[in-house]
Each structure stands twice: as structure tokens, then as C-alpha cells.
Design a binder for this molecule. Structure first.
Ligand code: SF4
Length: 331
């Protein structure tokens, strides 16, 4: 039987939703907006700089860049990008990552599926990157979403491994997949990690229905399903891969007893733009939830810091933020 770990890790970040324009239309998504919608956004460099400054002031170590996927495929997006002086969202992201490094936050980007040249462009200016596998199942919620085929997502995760990018992935539970899809998804992640050794954490994230979406009336997964899935992940994944649960989406106490050991990034400054109805716990609340010692980490896990899986571009900042074990330095 797995017991609560001796310590539980987390990081402090600012959430930077660079754009919410997206080529996909996932049935559960409350984040995506059409061009022309009053809430459609492509953040400007000064808006990004403002969030970064607030993050530094609040003691964060990570800038989490999140996205709609391949927005440049959406008609009307390129002119918005051109107004900022860019032709490629990846080039724009790379520059915003460099701004983040300059200001003192380690970038972690989640721009969706990427080709090898795009990953290569982002590798040197990110401490780590991420892409949720979500599921290897073929589900209705992903109908017509080019970026949500399991093949496309597994290819990006594998390519990140070839490039030795410390990587975060995970599965979404309750989006229409079945239990055997969950087993298969975790097995696929394990197989890729066994080949490349770059998966630092696997998020087991519970679906939360969003008003106004195709899945607004779908029930979220119950605690029993979440406990079984976290236990399964802990059993199937190698020890050096952390299992993460999201403390703003589910009470983590029981899940920590099932093998989760990381509570992800919480933000003292920005909301979870993907799940805006779910407030981050404060540090004090997180401590109470953990039931064990809390240990702050960076967006790159300690073993990748020790192995020096980072570029010269972030080396100086990384060394200034990490302790001798590769966790967040406590001043
Ligand atoms: S979940 Fe992500 S990929 Fe799917 S529509 Fe929303 S922003 Fe796009």
C-alpha cells in the first residue's frame, strides 16, 4: 500500500495565456475564443512584461506560457501577429521566453503539437516544456481537432525526447475515454520515457465541465476513478517520473496516498485561465492539503538540473534559483 510521501513538491508560477485563439474545438474547452469575440486575445509584449514583473515581485520562479494550438491556422490571426511585428507565433513565443529569462522567471511553454524545428527553436529558451497527451482513445470531444489525434501528440512528445527537453505530459480523466484508454495512455508515456528519459511528471487531471461547452452537462470523474487512475499511474510509471494532481481542481489528500507526489504550479498572481472557476489554494492551504512537508521545485525537476539538461541561455538564472539538490533555493 502506498503511503503519503515524506515530502510533496510544487512550484510557484505566473500563468501567461499568450493567445486563446485555437485551430481546435475540443468539446470540453472553455478557454478557446473565436477571432472577433470580445475575449479573444493575443497578449502584447507589454502585457506579458506586466505579468512577468508581477510574478517576480510575488516570488515565483516559473512563467507558464499556455495557448490555443496553431492559432496561425485560424483566419484573421496572422494580421494580429503582424501588428506585433511577427510572422510566426513560435518566434513570438521564443522572444517572450527570452523576456521572461531577462526578468528572472524560468519559461515553461505548452504551445500544443510541434514539429522538430519548432521544438528546436524553443528548446534553448525554456527550462522545460509540456504537452498533455490527454488520451490515446478516439473520443467524440476531439472530433475534427487536428491537434488531438493520439499520433500527433505522441509524435511531439517523442521528438521532445530526442531533443532532451525535460517534459511534462498527462492525461485528462472523464472526457469520454474508457478505463482501458487510460491504461494504454499511461503505458505509452512510460514506453516513450523508457526510450528517451525526458518525462519529468505526468499530470492526472480530472475533467471539470464548463458552462457553454458541448460537455457542460457531463459528470466529472468521481474520486474513486481518480484514486484508481493515480494508483495505476504510480504503478506503471518509473520512479523518476512524478505523478501530479491539480489542487485547485480536486482535493489532493486521498490522491497523495495513492502515489501522487506533486501538486503542480500554483500562482499567487494569476488565475488558472483554463479553469477560471477553480481558485488556486494559498501556500498555507496547500500545506494543509499536502499532509506532508512541502518542497518548492522549479519548472525543471531536480534530476534534470543535476544532469544539466538545460541550455546556456537559462544556465545563469537556473543556477541562481536552484539549491544544491536542484530544488528552489530558499533565501
Ligand atoms: S482544449 Fe486547447 S486545443 Fe482544445 S480547443 Fe481548447 S485551447 Fe484549443
Amino acid at each position: 500500500m502506498i503511503m503519503t510521501p515524506t515530502f510533496v513538491t510544487f512550484s510557484r508560477n505566473v500563468f501567461i495565456p499568450l493567445t486563446n485563439i485555437c485551430r481546435n474545438r475540443c468539446g470540453y474547452c472553455g478557454f478557446r475564443r473565436d477571432i472577433g469575440h470580445p475575449e479573444a486575445r493575443l497578449l502584447t509584449p507589454s502585457e506579458v512584461a506586466d505579468i512577468l514583473d508581477r510574478g517576480v515581485q510575488a516570488g515565483c520562479s516559473e512563467a507558464l506560457f499556455t495557448f490555443g494550438e496553431h492559432a496561425e491556422e485560424v483566419e484573421g490571426f496572422i494580421p494580429l501577429l503582424n501588428e506585433l511585428g511577427y510572422h510566426s507565433i513560435i518566434d513570438y513565443l521564443a522572444d517572450m521566453c527570452r523576456l521572461s529569462i531577462q526578468k528572472g522567471l524560468l519559461p515553461h511553454s505548452n504551445p500544443g503539437t510541434l514539429e522538430k524545428d519548432e521544438l528546436e527553436k524553443l528548446r534553448s529558451c525554456n527550462a522545460s516544456m509540456g504537452l498533455m497527451l490527454e488520451t490515446t482513445g478516439i473520443i467524440e470531444a476531439h472530433n475534427g481537432c487536428a491537434g488531438k489525434t493520439p499520433e500527433a501528440r505522441l509524435k511531439t512528445i517523442r521528438t521532445a525526447g530526442q531533443l532532451r527537453i525535460p517534459f511534462t505530459t498527462g492525461i485528462l480523466v472523464g472526457i469520454g475515454e474508457n478505463p482501458s484508454d487510460r491504461v494504454r495512455s499511461i503505458q505509452m508515456i512510460r514506453e516513450i520515457h523508457e526510450e528517451f528519459g525526458h518525462i519529468q511528471e505526468v499530470i492526472i487531471q480530472n475533467f471539470i465541465p464548463k458552462p457553454g461547452t458541448g460537455m457542460s452537462s457531463y459528470p466529472p470523474p468521481d474520486m474513486k476513478t481518480m484514486k484508481e487512475t493515480v494508483s495505476l499511474a504510480r504503478r506503471l510509471l518509473p520512479e523518476d517520473v512524478a505523478v501530479q494532481v491539480s489542487p485547485n481542481l480536486i482535493s489532493p489528500g486521498e490522491l497523495l496516498k495513492c502515489g501522487a507526489s506533486d501538486l503542480g504550479g500554483i500562482s499567487p498572481e494569476t488565475i488558472d485561465y483554463i479553469n477560471p472557476e477553480s481558485a488556486w489554494p494559498t501556500l498555507m492551504e496547500l500545506r494543509a492539503m499536502a499532509g506532508a512537508q512541502l518542497k518548492e521545485r522549479l519548472p525543471i525537476y531536480p534530476h534534470y538540473v543535476k544532469k544539466e539538461w538545460y541550455s546556456t541561455e537559462i544556465a545563469h538564472l537556473l543556477r541562481s534559483l536552484s539549491d544544491t539538490e536542484g530544488f528552489r533555493k530558499i533565501y
